[in-house]
Design a protein around this ligand. Structure first.
Ligand code: SF4
Ligand code: SF4
Length: 125
């Protein structure tokens, strides 16, 4: 059974340092959305991934995503799949398979997520 945890747009995951990976289609869509050529978008808003196998979004000095704005995600309609998948994909790959204490230790970002916190409350954990 698949668990759905609805994002509450608290933006905690957008403030968490780390790579937001982009594929070619996402680069095209986001560049178009922000009105930039793909070349300029790549030069100004992306960086090489740590594994050097592709690109990720730039982050600010404080670790937050370059597209985090006052009202939330500035590219919401075209945000990357990685953002769309959080937290449900993580929950489905971990829940019932990894002890809660291990999850807390190894996936702290999940425990910062308002939607996951509600999920834990609903499940009386
Ligand atoms: S692209 Fe949008 S949803 Fe994804 S991390 Fe950046 S601000 Fe958050
Ligand atoms: S931390 Fe969770 S609730 Fe907050 S924006 Fe990210 S996915 Fe949504």
């Amino acid at each position: 059974m698949s668990i759905t945890v609805e994002c509450q747009r608290c933006t905690a995951c957008c403030r968490w340092p780390g790579e937001v990976r982009l594929d070619a289609a996402e680069i095209t869509a986001i560049a178009q959305h922000v009105g930039m050529s793909e070349e300029r978008f790549i030069a100004e808003h992306t960086r090489l991934r740590v594994d050097r196998r592709g690109l990720a979004l730039q982050e600010r000095a404080d670790g937050s995503c370059i597209f985090l704005a006052d009202g939330g995600c500035a590219v919401q309609p075209v945000k990357p799949q990685q953002c769309r998948d959080f937290p449900s994909r993580w929950v489905n790959s971990l829940w019932g398979k990894v002890p809660l204490a291990t999850m807390k230790k190894e996936y702290p970002m999940l425990f910062n997520c308002a939607a996951f916190k509600d999920f834990l409350k609903t499940n009386k954990l």
